[in-house]
Design a protein around this ligand. Structure first.
Ligand SMILES: Cc1cc2nc3c(=O)[nH]c(=O)nc-3n(C[C@H](O)[C@H](O)[C@H](O)COP(=O)(O)O)c2cc1C
Length: 542
């Protein structure tokens, strides 16, 4: 692995930190006239209007989170339509003072939605064979490329999704730090797909051997003539979606290369903004983090966990996924019982047969520093959740000597939960999260501490994967919070080194990559909520 790539990643990571004495380089104000269009479309493509499923899916969320699937699941177009809707589709419109904006089932930093989704399908799946781009506004697929007839042999019984990011969408608001947010959003999207697949009785799995170059060929995102300058997309990751296990031959670079041959691309991407600010630092880090064919890895998920803690929730998975929202404020009084908190933390452990962790076989690299404010029966303070207990000795060495490392009364033994400091952590949580009250007024908030250096030593592209893992944790927290009658919010704005300093961490062995908060939400009464797809009334309902 190139030393240059590694030092480029670390230089970007340092430069994109928010610090107590100054924020990462940004645009210095919002240029509303050039706000990027949140919906990408390709003019000149053949459109397939997907059926819109309005009826709730009957499978309870409790079944989905614990990995139990419908036995009679089949792969068909109606299912694909539901999968896309539950992961990338609109969930509501909000209206205030003459402005109107869409929310989606997947969250996004600043609601800017950099993640785009492409579907590789063969004629046997009920779609014209080729590469299709999902348009959430229309709940439709645009056929971006026609494929050669061999596709039918390779894609029977499933679909492939490829996720890409439009960095400009996030950079418009967040400048240099935007690359991180694109990766977080991709992680949320991966988990959203996994939960949606499980809701249908399907399974999603990352295609580990489909490297960036082949993903680029399959999606056509490097066809510069098809995109306005600075609005092209960067490939992120490919997933297989099907019933049962993925056919082994599919996860190989050769299969991907074969699929990419003789693709005939059609269409021109819409222009998202009239003018752009070019963030060269984002191009540089993206280039350094390009994913080659990964070396065959000895890393596998090995821990045997007891069954996931049961929760009391009667809601069906479809409606829970559609109702997910970010809290804009918390009431500062709602509490949650310790048992519910333990069950929520349990869902963050990387059980290999459960969504979303079943999408890959990677060992966990991200652990949690928890700020407990209002959990009944759990003393206020700073806690640590180890998602892999084998890192405990290294962290003990790294964290301040006066940390308590106390077991938490009532916590299940397998959780790897420790109290580090007994204290009212509200001020620290607020300060570290860029002074945002949402980190202090909740039941608990947290920072996600990654095994940064160890992961990067395996390859610079692991930088992306660490953020993906963090985003997946965020998506679990969002859904588990809804199931507990609470609400979550991702926190991308935090002072990185303030968290490290609080714990006494130095160097790059451990870095905080994402924050989150969960509590009793306050509604904003000024906002009007409208249904997601009223503009498609009359669309066939399956
Ligand atoms: C990666 C990420 C970072 C975020 N950071 C913040 C934040 O720092 N503060 C905040 O109030 N909301 C934050 N959010 C919440 C988004 O603003 C929210 O997801 C978006 O407005 C869409 O709303 P929804 O989640 O209700 O669909 C973040 C969300 C994500 C996914």
């Amino acid at each position: 692995m190139s030393k240059n790539a590694l030092s480029t990643i670390i230089a970007y990571h340092e430069a994109s930190k928010h610090r107590l004495d100054g924020y990462a380089p940004g645009p210095g104000g919002l240029d509303w006239a050039n706000q990027p269009d949140p919906f990408r479309r390709y003019a000149g493509t053949q459109l397939c209007k997907l059926p819109l499923r309005i009826a709730p899916l009957q499978i309870p969320f409790t079944e989905v989170r614990s990995g139990r699937r419908q036995i009679l699941a089949v792969i068909n177009l109606a299912g694909l339509a539901t999968l896309l809707e539950l992961s990338f589709g609109l969930s509501a419109w909000k209206e205030y003072g003459g402005s109107r904006w869409a929310l989606r089932c997947n969250p996004s930093s600043g609601n800017l939605h950099p993640t785009e989704c492409y579907v590789l399908a063969a004629a046997c799946n009920g779609l014209p064979s080729g590469v299709h781009h999902y348009v959430s506004y229309d709940h439709s697929l645009e056929r971006r490329a026609e494929a050669n007839p061999d596709w039918g042999d390779m894609l029977t019984g499933g679909f492939v999704l490829i996720l890409t990011s439009i960095h400009w969408r996030e950079a418009w608001k967040y400048g240099l730090r935007a690359y991180r947010y694109c990766q977080h959003d991709c992680g949320h999207a991966l988990a959203a797909v996994s939960y949606a697949a499980a809701t249908l009785g399907w399974r999603a799995q990352v295609l580990e051997n489909w490297h960036d170059a082949v993903l680029t060929a399959l999606t056509g995102v490097a066809r510069m003539g098809d995109f306005a300058e600075h609005e092209n997309e960067a490939v992120d990751v490919a997933l297989w979606i099907g019933c049962g296990n993925m056919p082994e031959f599919l996860d190989s670079a050769q299969t991907a290369v074969a699929l990419a041959s003789e693709l005939n691309f059609i269409g021109e991407a819409n222009r998202l903004s009239a003018k752009h600010v070019h963030w060269a630092g984002i191009d540089t880090v993206h280039h350094a983090a390009e994913r080659p064919v990964p070396p065959s890895s000895s890393l596998t998920l090995s821990t045997q966990w007891p069954p996931l803690a049961a929760i009391d929730c009667s809601q069906d998975a479809g409606s829970l996924i559609r109702q997910r929202r970010s809290a804009v404020g918390f009431d500062g009084v709602t509490t949650m019982p310790a048992e519910r908190w333990f069950a929520l933390l349990d869902a963050l452990l990387p059980r290999s047969g459960l969504p979303p962790w079943e999408i890959w076989q990677r060992p966990p690299r991200v652990h949690l520093i928890l700020f407990v404010h209002r959990v009944e029966g759990v003393a206020a303070g700073v806690y640590l959740l180890l998602r892999d207990k084998s890192v405990a000795p290294a962290l003990r060495q790294a964290i301040r000597e006066d940390a308590e490392w106390a077991e938490v009364p009532g916590a299940p033994q397998h959780l790897g939960l420790f109290r580090l400091f007994s204290t009212d952590a509200r001020d620290a949580a607020r300060l570290i999260s860029c002074h945002q009250d949402i980190a202090a007024d909740s039941c608990f908030s947290l920072g996600m501490l990654a095994e940064f250096e160890a992961a990067l030593n395996e390859g610079a592209w692991r930088y992306r994967e660490l953020f993906h893992e963090a985003g997946m944790l965020g998506q679990v927290l969002y859904l588990e919070a809804e199931a507990a009658g609470l609400r979550g919010t991702g926190i991308g704005c935090y002072f990185d080194d303030a968290l490290h300093a609080m714990l006494g961490l130095s160097g790059h062995a451990w870095q905080s990559l994402y924050h989150f908060t969960v509590g009793g939400p306050l509604d904003d009464p000024r906002l009007r909520t409208l249904p997601p797809y009223a503009h498609l009334s009359g669309r066939e309902v399956c």
